[in-house]
Design a protein around this ligand. Structure first.
Ligand code: ASP
Length: 305
């Protein structure tokens, strides 16, 4: 593995191998002093051209736990405002001694372009509505740790599929690992074509609810126009929101997931988000271990962890 750009590039065995490594790093993170020297001397640079709370901080925490140094490129205060191109920007970050670049950009394919320009590994931290591979890995890890396997599980991904890189990444990872994925959304929030996706589709959350093991709720992506294709947010909630009442109709051991940031009261009710059974914060914690596994794999660190 030279870069991590798209879940489509990974085989089921690659996915399982990364999750196995991440399981090992969960144990490292639980130690009294959660630090290993695996990537000492390496520099991990993050360049996020789009907003992020979890992904960027999670990569920084992952890099530091592996004893790598980190550099953070901040687009808002950079020479982008003087018209510097994306290519010149990432070449500059490489010339400064970055050993790996984690990049998020609003344009589909941006990380892939960077990977063509650079000789260091590139990790896609989200490109437009296309891919967010480390989100899919952490979600798969959260599910595997809860259920032991994804094989045979019924997973629904609910909501704004059209604008969601999380949906595009997760559905590939979940199905490669043996789960059956159902997309639940109104036609207006589905992409124009999805014929070659390994999924079933339903427009009724209530119909599929009783058979699900995992309900994966997506954020309505207001910044990508996700709210405008629906008459009102209240109507969205009526049909697709995970209310306490819907939660009570799930199987006993079913779990509710959300990638964050949550629109509380829209796709997820407060009581469901704050329920100790929701996996939302567990997803965040496991994100660090998964990103350690990715950095470790791409930077070829020696393991004494
Ligand atoms: N944080 C995730 C992403 O950047 C999900 C979201 O924003 O809804 O794609």
């Amino acid at each position: 593995m030279r870069h991590l750009l798209d879940i489509a590039d990974l085989s089921p065995a690659d996915l399982a191998g990364l999750l196995d490594d991440a399981d090992g790093f969960v144990e490292v993170l639980a130690r009294p002093i959660p630090k290993v020297p695996a990537l000492r001397g390496k520099t991990v640079t993050t360049a996020f051209f789009e907003a992020s709370t979890r992904t960027r901080l999670s990569f920084e925490r992952a890099a530091k736990t592996l004893s790598a140094d980190t550099m953070t490129f901040a687009p808002g205060t950079s020479s982008l405002s003087k018209g510097e191109s994306l290519k010149d920007t990432v070449l500059t970050l490489q010339a400064m001694g970055s050993d790996l670049l984690v990049m998020r950009h609003q344009a589909v394919g941006a990380a892939e372009r960077a990977a063509e320009w650079l000789s260091i590994p590139v990790v896609n931290g989200g490109d437009g509505a296309h891919q967010h591979p480390t989100q899919a890995l952490l979600d798969a890890l959260a599910i595997r740790r809860r259920f032991g396997t994804l094989e045979g599980l019924q997973i629904a991904i609910v909501g704004d599929i059209r604008h969601s890189r999380v949906a595009r990444s997760d559905l590939l990872a979940f199905s490669k690992l043996g789960a059956t994925v159902t997309l639940v959304a109104p036609r207006t929030l589905l992409p124009v074509t999805f014929a070659d996706w390994p999924v079933r589709v339903s427009s009724s959350l209530d119909e599929v609810l009783p058979e699900l093991d995992v309900v994966y709720l997506l954020r309505v992506q207001t910044e990508r126009g996700g709210a405008s294709v629906f008459p009102s947010l209240a109507e969205y909630t009526t049909r697709f929101g995970m209310t306490r009442e819907r939660r009570s109709r799930l199987k006993r051991d079913a779990v509710v997931m959300h990638p964050g940031p949550m629109n509380r009261g829209v796709e997820i009710a407060d009581e469901v988000a704050d329920d100790p059974d929701a996996l939302v914060l567990e997803q965040v914690s496991l994100g660090v271990a998964v990103r350690m596994a990715v950095l470790f794999r791409l930077l070829g660190g020696e393991s004494d962890a």
